[in-house]
Design a protein around this ligand. Structure first.
Ligand code: PHE
Length: 348
């Protein structure tokens, strides 16, 4: 039987044939070895130990033959695939995709550029918190208790979920140090207050960062966007300084690409924290473009931070950054900026 097996296994050329042989010889139910083992019951008692030893030796031999055949087949496969390797076939091209190269988000690029220009005009960049309290977002900005700007529909007030009765969740307003609800800042003007509270005049700062308003997202709205806030407070600061700074700022920002000088236009407006207040437009690419609000810091604001409005005056402006960035790059949908699609972002 052992030599039978040896001959058969040697002839096997693939795994299927080997498997068939394994079943034929070593199969647990109907294998030829199994049949012999079953027949051992009738062997004479005295012959049994010798017969058992002989059986085991044969079984081991057959198993070794199978093992050898398996090894032979395995190495044969490796050899044949090595032979199939064709060194002359073209390699796999490595596309160095544009977007694999690290780059700054277009909004970050715009922010860096604005910071740099305002820095040259003598304005220091500062940051303020995005979660604000009632005092900095409203009170100190001359926005009274009853003012519509405090409407919960226009602001993201913070709340925590607490366990209510019968396992329901209830909203509990997250309160600031004064017990009033906290909110995501709706404008960067909050930073004016934070700076003025801590710094004696003169003050010349810009603050660029995120603001939040519960707007439904569409091509021109997004519940989060960025503003650049500028503030200058010192003795004798006038509206002419505001206009001059904005003109120089936009001239540097767009001036390189445009042949005609940038013009700045003011239209009367209202903000609780400036008086007078204006909407600001710039003449760019043959069109008036709305860029944001500005004005002279309201005396009430100066008083709230302990400044004397008889001694110092100031101007402030707050401009939307997305609009500028979109205009500059020809982006038509603000949502593209925040979808994080590398194919879009790689273009900038
Ligand atoms: N904070 C105003 C807004 O978000 C803009 C502004 C800033 C107006 C500073 C006047 C002075 O619309």
């Amino acid at each position: 039987l052992a030599s039978d097996a040896q001959a058969a296994f040697e002839k096997a050329t693939d795994n299927d044939a080997l498997e068939a042989l394994r079943v034929e010889f070593l199969g647990a139910k109907a294998g030829r070895l199994k049949a012999i083992q079953k027949g051992m019951g009738s062997v004479d008692k005295t012959d049994k130990p010798a017969a058992g030893q002989r059986f085991n030796a044969v079984k081991e031999l057959v198993e070794q033959t199978l093992e050898a055949a398996l090894t032979r087949l395995a190495s044969a496969t490796t050899t044949s695939s090595a032979e199939a390797f064709d060194a002359t076939r073209p390699g796999k091209p490595y596309h160095r995709s544009e977007w694999r190269v690290g780059r700054l988000h277009p909004i970050t690029q715009t922010i860096e550029r604005m910071k740099e220009i305002m820095g040259r005009l003598g304005f220091t960049a500062v940051e303020g918190p995005e979660v604000e309290d009632d005092h900095h977002n409203f009170v100190a900005l001359n926005i009274p208790e009853s003012h519509p700007a405090r409407d919960p529909l226009d602001n993201f007030y913070l709340a925590t979920a607490v366990a209510g009765q019968n396992g329901t969740a209830e909203r509990l307003a997250a309160a600031g140090p004064d017990g009033k609800p906290l909110l995501l800042r709706s404008q960067t003007s909050t930073v004016q207050i934070r700076v003025l509270e801590e710094t004696p005049p003169p003050v010349r700062i810009v603050s660029l960062g995120r603001v939040y308003r519960p707007d439904t997202a569409d091509a021109t709205h997004y519940p989060m966007f960025h503003q650049i806030e500028g503030l200058c407070v010192a003795p004798g600061v006038t509206m002419a300084d505001l206009k001059g700074v904005l003109q120089m700022f936009w001239q540097s920002y767009f001036g390189m690409e445009s042949n005609e000088p940038i013009e700045v236009r003011f239209r009367p407006s209202f903000f609780p924290f400036t008086e007078p207040s204006v909407e600001c437009d710039i003449w760019h690419d043959g069109k008036w473009m709305e860029i944001g609000g500005a004005g002279m810091v309201d005396p009430n604001v100066l008083r709230a931070v302990g400044y004397d409005p008889e001694e110092v005056t100031g101007f402030a402006f707050g401009l939307g950054i997305e609009r500028i960035c979109m205009r500059q790059h020809g982006i038509t949908d603000i949502r593209d900026l925040y979808t994080n699609d590398v194919r879009f972002l790689a273009q900038f």
